[in-house]
Design a protein around this ligand. Structure first.
Ligand code: AMP
Length: 210
């Protein structure tokens, strides 16, 4: 099954991607994570992407598309995958279609902007394994230390309040039109994000059956 997860930054796409990954045994591919890895490794592409990411802007389509193509060519993607954070623009969606990738379903996770601000400003991520926490809703057992691998948890640079506002603006202007785009193909299913992660996860799994 080939799936896309749409939704604002902080809507919980990463968590739901993990839920689907476990349920269907297909890899979750986050272009944000792929880009952060390139930044961490100090590649030329990573360095170019970094300035956009730190400012809450979208990385140019060409860079993201190249990084995604490389990932989709790997063996584990042949039976299907979940895209988390791609496409983020209509041209990216068109490129995916031109690449011959046939998407089965697009899950759109809806969360109001005020809730997103709350969620992202309290988010902490592990520097080592990328696990995600929240100061209020999902704290690590020891503050600042990852439960899973023991590395340090930090605030992402783009989770600072001004950058979150910018990311939300970018989302509404450039990514939200994808809802119409996929609605027209009959593949869009809306999942209303809930307070409790487990409740959202149940709705996600139900949406896969729809
Ligand atoms: P994310 O982890 O999905 O929130 O992505 C973090 C940042 O990576 C975004 O704010 C963008 O700067 C960049 N990014 C991730 N995916 C894309 C994409 N599909 N197109 C453009 N930029 C992206």
């Amino acid at each position: 099954m080939k799936l896309i997860l749409l939704g604002a930054p902080g809507a919980g796409k990463g968590t739901q991607a993990e839920v689907i990954c476990n349920a269907l045994n297909i890899p979750a591919i986050s272009t944000g994570n792929l880009l952060r890895e390139a930044v961490k490794n100090g590649t030329a592409l990573g360095m170019e992407a970094k300035t956009y990411m730190d400012g809450g802007k979208l990385v140019p389509d060409e860079i993201v598309i190249n990084i995604l193509k490389e990932r989709l060519a790997q063996d584990d993607c042949q039976a299907g995958f979940i895209l988390d954070g791609f496409p983020r623009t209509v041209p990216q969606a068109e490129t995916l279609s031109q690449m011959g990738v046939e998407i089965d379903k697009v899950l759109d996770i809806e969360v109001p902007d005020e809730k997103i601000m709350q969620r992202l400003s309290g988010r902490r991520v592990c520097e080592g394994c990328g696990a995600s926490y929240h100061l209020d809703y999902k704290p690590s057992k020891v503050e600042g230390v990852c439960d899973k691998c023991g590395a340090k948890t930090v605030q992402r640079k783009d989770d600072h309040p001004d950058t979150i506002k910018e990311r939300l603006q970018v989302y509404h202007a450039q990514t939200e039109p994808l809802k119409d785009y996929y609605q027209q193909t009959g593949k869009l299913v809306v999942v209303e994000g809930q307070e409790e992660v487990a409740e959202t996860s149940a709705l996600t799994l139900k949406a896969l059956e729809a």
